[in-house]
Design a protein around this ligand. Structure first.
Ligand SMILES: NC(=O)c1ccc[n+]([C@@H]2O[C@H](COP(=O)([O-])OP(=O)(O)OC[C@H]3O[C@@H](n4cnc5c(N)ncnc54)[C@H](O)[C@@H]3O)[C@@H](O)[C@H]2O)c1
Length: 479
C-alpha cells in the first residue's frame, strides 16, 4: 500500500503546502536500484576516524578503499592518527576533510574499539560535533565498537557500553533527511567480517535500517570470509516461504537479483500468485503448507530434484511465511492461539529439524528467520503473534551456538511497519501513527526487508551469527 502523504509532500504543490503549514516532510529514501557493486562508494567522500591504530582501523581503511571511497580525515585531529597509520601501511591515500570548504562527506565511519575509559569517549564528540550541521541527505554513519564481554576490564566494558545509547540518539537526530546511523560491534579476532557489514550499512541497500547494533562475531567453523564479488549468491539454491506476495515475494526477487536460484513456497490456495512471482524471476514454485508435518522433508525432495547436478542441497532458507490472528488475550479462541504458534514458530522448528536430520543443507548454509518488532515491544491484541516473534529471536541465538560446529549460520530480521497487505488491514489512524513514529517518519517497503535478508543470506554477513537485526526506520513502537 502506498504512503500517499510521503508521495504528496514531495510534489511541488505538496512542498509548498507543507512549508506554509510548517508540516514535517518525511525524507525520500534513496534505495538500491541494482545489485551490490564492487566500487559501491566510488562517488563518496568518507570521513574516517579511529581511537587508535589497530586491526579495526586497518580493516576499515581496506574496506573503504576496496569500495572506491575517497578517504578523508579530520583536520582538527579527531581520530586522525589511527587512520593515517592504517592508510600508510596499506599504501592508501587519505586527504584532509573538505567539509570546511563546503563539500561535506556523505559517509562517516568512526572506530572507537580502543576506547577504554570515560575520557576516551570524547572522540565521539570531537568527531561528530563539527560535522553534523552539514550532513547531506541519505548520508551513512557507522560507529564501530566491541560487544559486551570482549574485554575483562570493567572500565573498557563501561566505555564500550556507551555506544548503543549514543548511536540510537544520533540516529534519531540525523534521520530527518534520510541519514542512517548504525553500530557494528566487532568481536576481537573477527575484524575480517567488517567489510561485508560496511558494504551493507554504507550503501542504499540499508536505506530503512537505522539506530541498530549489529554484532560481528566471526564465521562458523570451517567457513572462510571471502573477498567481495558482485552477484554474491551465484550458484546458490535458496528456499523462501510465504513467497507468493508481500515481503516474501520481494525477498525472492532480491535473492534472485544477487544470483540465487529460488524455490518459492506458499499455500496451495495461493498457487497461481506464487507461480506468477516465481516465473518473473526464473524461480521454482512449490505449493506447500509449511504446517504440513512433513514440510521439511518435502522441501528437501523438491531441492534435490530442482538442481540435481549440484547435489540439490539448500544453501539458504528464509522462514518468512507468517500470519496474524489478533485478539485480546481475554477474548482469544484457542484455535487462533494454536494456529499462529504453529505457522510462525512450530513450522520453522520442525522444518529446520527435518532439513538438518536429512542432511539437506549445503556447506556454509545460511538460515534467516523473520521476527518482528512486535516480538520486542509487544502490542495489545497480539500476544500470540508477539510470543512467536520473540521466540524467533531466542531461537536464532540458541541455534547459532548449536549449528556453529556444522558451518551453518542462522540470523533473524525483525521488520517494523512495512507497507504490505498485512499492514493495509490496520485501522487508518493506528496505521498513520505507526508509520510516522520512526526516525525516518515513514513505513518501510518489502524491498527493505528483502535487502536485509539478502545481506544475512550472503557472504557479506559471513561474520554475523545468532543476531537479530531490526529493519524498522527506528520505529518508536518497537522501542
Ligand atoms: N508487514 C509488516 O509490517 C510486518 C512487520 C513485522 C513482521 N512481518 C513479518 O514478515 C513476514 C511476511 O509478512 P507480510 O507482511 O509479507 O505478510 P503477507 O500476509 O502479505 O504474506 C505472508 C505470506 O505467507 C504465506 N503463508 C501464510 N501461512 C502459510 C503457510 N501455512 N504455508 C505457506 N505459506 C503461508 C501467505 O500465503 C502469504 O503469501 C511475516 O512473517 C510477518 O509476520 C511483517
Amino acid at each position: 500500500m502506498a504512503d500517499k502523504i510521503l508521495e504528496f509532500v514531495h510534489t511541488s504543490t505538496g512542498k509548498q503546502i507543507a512549508a506554509a503549514l510548517g508540516l514535517p516532510v518525511p525524507p525520500m529514501l534513496k534505495r538500491a536500484k541494482a545489485g551490490y557493486a564492487e566500487k559501491a562508494l566510488a562517488n563518496s567522500n568518507a570521513l574516517v576516524g579511529a581511537s587508535a591504530f589497530g586491526p579495526v582501523a586497518t580493516a576499515v581503511v581496506k574496506a573503504l578503499n576496496a569500495m572506491g571511497a575517497a578517504i578523508k580525515v579530520s583536520a582538527d585531529l579527531a581520530g586522525l592518527d589511527g587512520v593515517k597509520q592504517a592508510a600508510a601501511n596499506a599504501k592508501v591515500d587519505v586527504s584532509i576533510s573538505q567539509a570546511d570548504n563546503g563539500v561535506p562527506e556523505n559517509v562517516y565511519v568512526l572506530d572507537v574499539t580502543a576506547a577504554a575509559n570515560v575520557a576516551d569517549l570524547r572522540l565521539l564528540y570531537d568527531f561528530f560535533n563539527p560535522r553534523l550541521r552539514k550532513v547531506p541527505s541519505n548520508s551513512r554513519i557507522v560507529v564501530i565498537g566491541r560487544p559486551r564481554g570482549d574485554s575483562k576490564d570493567a572500565l573498557a566494558e563501561t566505555a564500550q557500553s556507551s555506544l548503543p545509547g549514543f548511536i540510537r540518539s544520533l540516529a534519531k537526530e540525523s534521520g530527518k533527511n534520510g541519514t542512517t546511523a548504525n553500530l557494528i560491534q566487532v568481536k576481537t579476532g573477527a575484524e575480517n567480517g567488517i567489510e561485508g557489514a560496511l558494504r551493507f550499512f554504507l550503501s542504499p541497500h540499508s536505506a530503512f535500517v537505522t539506530g541498530q547494533v549489529l554484532p560481528v562475531v566471526g564465521a562458523p567453523k570451517g567457513v572462510k570470509i571471502t573477498e567481495f564479488s558482485e552477484k554474491p549468491l551465484t550458484g546458490k539454491l535458496a528456499v523462501v516461504t510465504g513467497a507468493a506476495r508481500g515481503i516474501g515475494a520481494a525477498i525472492a526477487e532480491v535473492l534472485a537479483r544477487e544470483g540465487a536460484t529460488v524455490i518459492g513456497v506458499d499455500r496451495p490456495a495461493d498457487e497461481s500468485t506464487l507461480g506468477a512471482t516465481m516465473s518473473s524471476i526464473g524461480g521454482i514454485a512449490c505449493p506447500l503448507d509449511i504446517t504440513d508435518a512433513d514440510a521439511g522433508n518435502k522441501l528437501a525432495a523438491v531441492a534435490a530434484g530442482a538442481v540435481a547436478n549440484k547435489g540439490g542441497k539448500i544453501d539458504i532458507i528464509v522462514h518468512n511465511a507468517g500470519i496474524t490472528r489478533d485478539k485480546m488475550m481475554r477474548n482469544m479462541a484457542a484455535h487462533l492461539w494454536d494456529m499462529v504458534l504453529d505457522v510462525n514458530l512450530g513450522a520453522i522448528v520442525r522444518c529446520n529439524d527435518q532439513l538438518l536430520a536429512g542432511d539437506a543443507f549445503g556447506a556454509n548454509a545460511r538460515i534467516v528467520c523473520i521476527s518482528s518488532i512486535g516480538g520486542i515491544a509487544g502490542n495489545a491484541g497480539q500476544t500470540n503473534y508477539a510470543a512467536t516473534k520473540s521466540a524467533v529471536i531466542g531461537y536464532v541465538d540458541a541455534m547459532a551456538k548449536q549449528l556453529e560446529g556444522k558451518g551453518i549460520s542462522i540470523n533473524a530480521i525483525a521488520p517494523g511497519f512495512i507497507e504490505t497487505q498485512m499492514t493495509a488491514a490496520i485501522p487508518v489512524v493506528t496505521r498513520e501513527v505507526a508509520r510516522r513514529l520512526s526516525s525516518l517518519s515513514q513505513g518501510g517497503l518489502p524491498v527493505d526487508i528483502a535487502e536485509a535478508v539478502t545481506f544475512m543470506a550472503s557472504p557479506l554477513a559471513a561474520g554475523v551469527n545468532g543476531a537479530t537485526l531490526r529493519v524498522c526506520g527506528q520505529n518508536l513502537v518497537g522501542a
